[in-house]
Design a protein around this ligand. Structure first.
Ligand code: RP5
Length: 170
């Protein structure tokens, strides 16, 4: 899933490959904005040492934003945020016995001082995680700001078209 580039600015971590169908919405949006990223399966519980080592080195490797997706007792984003001062965005994966509410609470309820910017459960959140990362990167990138403006204009146009269709059907 990692595009061929040697200079990733965003790292997308997921607790398991079973999270990929949701995380794909994030990766697709990063691609749409032309953001160099890397993606890895990494678990706070099943591979804690690998996760810690990755978080420790992320900044010196040029990563600027980390996006972490996990389900259930979703501690990946929090565990990464505990190690790095880079911004961490958390995607709670849906499904399971509690429909993702467990992952939402585990991701969002961080102690003061160690934030995780938590997006909505599932596909919607995965897409927004990418957009939020783009917004963060765009603070130092005028071209990206332009792309974001164009993206918003596209959303606005799509709503206007839907409204026009509705009016025509009444
Ligand atoms: C979490 O447990 C993962 O993020 C995944 O959402 C969930 C289930 O993992 P698998 O059993 O499918 O590997 O840590």
């Amino acid at each position: 899933m990692t595009p061929a580039n040697s200079d990733p600015r965003v790292a997308v971590l997921m607790g398991s490959d079973s999270d990929l169908p949701t995380v794909k919405h994030c990766l697709d949006a990063l691609k749409e904005f032309g953001i160099p990223f890397e993606a890895h399966v990494m678990s706070a519980h099943r591979s804690p040492e690998r996760t810690r080592a990755f978080a420790l080195r992320a900044e010196e490797r040029g990563i600027r934003v980390l996006i972490c997706a996990a389900g259930g007792a979703a501690h990946l984003a929090g565990a990464v945020a505990a190690i790095t001062t880079l911004p961490v965005i958390g995607i709670p994966i849906g499904g399971g016995a509690l429909n993702g509410v467990d992952a939402l609470y585990a991701t969002v309820q961080m102690p003061p001082g160690i934030p995780v910017a938590t997006v909505a459960i599932g596909d919607m959140g995965a897409k927004n995680a990418a957009i939020l990362a783009v917004e963060m990167l765009s603070l130092a990138d005028l071209d990206l700001r332009e792309k974001l403006r164009a993206y918003r204009a596209k959303l606005d146009k799509a709503v206007a078209e839907k409204d026009a269709k509705l009016q025509a059907s009444l």
